[in-house]
Design a protein around this ligand. Sequence first.
Ligand code: CA
Length: 131
Amino acid sequence: MAAQSAAPRVLVVEDEPNIRELVCLHLRHEGYTCEPEPDGAAALKRAEAEPFDLMVLDVMLPGLDGLSLCRAVRNGRINADVPILMLTARREESDKVVGLESGADDYLTKPFGVRELVARARALLRRPRRS
Ligand code: CA
């Protein structure tokens, strides 16, 4: 982190436009560079092509679901150690476990407060990257 001077780049993968725009608005307000992406498969292509500092992934996505996307990113080369925050509409404990087992670092259940999301994003960006 010490050598990092550019704004953290966050990939936000969410197909619901209102949530995507709200999340990006607040992340940008926080000083981050936000890259919005509505489609899971397109998001994976981006994750395989360029490094990100954080990813916010919705579970229910067109193209490729968020859990599969999370696993694919973890098994990829460029963003294998990126912090990942999962979003889901489901509340069941088992879904939370599946999310964390698929390689997510943190988890938010919809409806969530955007200030909580920003606080968790900030915490994930402060964490040392796994290696
Ligand atoms: Ca969705």
